[in-house]
Design a protein around this ligand. Structure first.
Ligand code: NAP
Ligand code: F7E
Length: 334
């Protein structure tokens, strides 16, 4: 039997690695877009190297995207690539717009040029809500982004909807709230905290310097959120969905739970540095994913404390074993 084919941009990122694992597990032939780099950026998918076909392309380069789709001929295209770190979007706003906003149009144009029957998933974000007029946020909540990243994602969302309406493409936008994992980039607050706690526990660091502890987010486990992406592309009609846990916690809660897990008092180690505060903060996000739960049958299973425990545990394991930052570690190992 011929395997279904899927192409993932951003396969070397957190979500790309979990999505590739998930699709391989469902019998897909997986193609992953990687950009040329002078150093290795494929730690998260090293364990999948034999099962994925990597294609060199870049969201900045239209021809390379067309060629990637011509080579892979996928049924499903998951556009996960982006400049995804919010603080960097203030330092590199133009580049963020090129990758995270216009990059989506380049992908959609490539799809239109190669095969309009391919199904398209766009990685939209709760950062589009920014400073929302209502709580919790769902698919009808107006956008008020608070960073160049959020603004770029609003463009990516609207162009996806527009190509669906203009050309009848099967294009879906998944509005995902924060999702974390032991493979999360170390600059994001969850992993910064769990790695910091692991280092302090092992005597490798003395303090953990953070920014705004009052910000509240709706955090879930990335391994589960990628399943919702796939489910969106299996529906009869393309649509947009909020994916969230429905529970918000503060950064301070995250800190407290992570330190409690290793039996340490967080107040003894955490320092706040005002320079880590953002020019415009997103204070409080919480998602209402009832549409995804109803139509996709999706629901999260890993609780917030379980997620934090999993991350601290694996950070301690990696540090003890001297493993690379993003190496996939089986849960049973740690
Ligand atoms: P991530 O870990 O930062 O991964 C980003 C990926 O994009 C990497 O594979 C990166 O490749 C690739 N990339 C960046 N610029 C590129 C370019 N010009 N051409 C080709 N590839 C490029 O992000 P993530 O957390 O997995 O998130 C996946 C997607 O979901 C992103 O679009 C993000 O904005 C969005 N999102 C994330 C969350 C979340 O909580 N994680 C929530 C909502 C939406 P390199 O390895 O070469 O850098
Ligand atoms: O910040 C506060 C910070 O960088 C969360 C991306 O995946 O999710 C992510 O964006 C909160 C913010 O994620 C530090 O001020 C305090 O309020 O982990 P973060 P984010 O900005 O929410 C969305 C949904 C995406 O789409 C993005 O791609 O934590 N915070 N102290 C800190 N944040 C960081 N990074 N570092 C600190 O030291």
């Amino acid at each position: 039997m011929t395997k279904e084919r899927a192409l993932i941009t951003g396969i070397t990122g957190q979500d790309g690695s979990y999505l590739a694992e998930f699709l391989i597990g469902r019998g897909y032939e997986v193609f992953g877009v990687v950009r040329r780099s002078s150093s290795v950026s494929s730690e998260r998918v090293a364990h999948l190297a034999e099962q994925v076909t990597f294609i060199q392309a870049d969201l900045l380069d239209q021809t390379s995207l067309i060629n990637a789709l011509r080579q892979a001929r996928p049924r499903e295209v998951y556009n996960l690539a982006a400049q995804s770190f919010v603080p960097t979007s203030w330092h590199q706003p133009v580049l963020t717009g090129e990758f995270t906003a216009l990059g989506v149009t380049r992908m959609l144009e490539a799809l239109r040029a190669v095969d309009r029957d391919m199904r398209f998933y766009q990685a939209s974000s709760s950062e589009m809500f920014g400073n929302p007029p209502e709580s919790p946020q769902d698919e009808t909540t107006p956008f008020h982004p608070r960073s160049p990243y959020g603004v770029a994602k609003v463009y990516g969302h609207h162009i996806t909807v527009n190509y669906r309406e203009s050309y009848g493409l099967f294009a879906c936008s998944g509005i995902l709230f924060n999702h974390e994992s032991p493979r999360r980039g170390v600059e994001f607050v969850s992993r910064k905290i769990t790695q910091g706690v692991a280092k302090i526990k092992l005597g490798m660091a003395k303090e953990l310097v953070l920014g705004n502890l009052d910000a509240r987010r709706d955090w879930g486990f990335a391994g589960e959120y990628v399943e919702a992406m796939w489910q969106m592309l299996q529906q009869d009609e393309p649509d947009d969905y909020v994916v969230a846990s429905g529970i918000a916690h503060s950064v301070a809660d995250l800190v407290r739970i992570a330190f409690e897990f290793v039996h340490l008092e967080w107040q003894e180690f955490v320092k706040v540095d005002d320079s880590l505060f953002r020019p415009a903060e997103v204070d409080h996000l919480i998602g209402n994913s009832s549409k995804a739960r109803r139509k996709l049958g999706w629901q999260p299973k890993v609780s917030f404390p379980e997620l934090i425990a999993m991350m601290v545990d694996q950070d301690i394991f990696r540090l003890r074993k001297g493993l690379p930052l993003y190496a996939a570690v089986a849960l049973a190992e740690s």
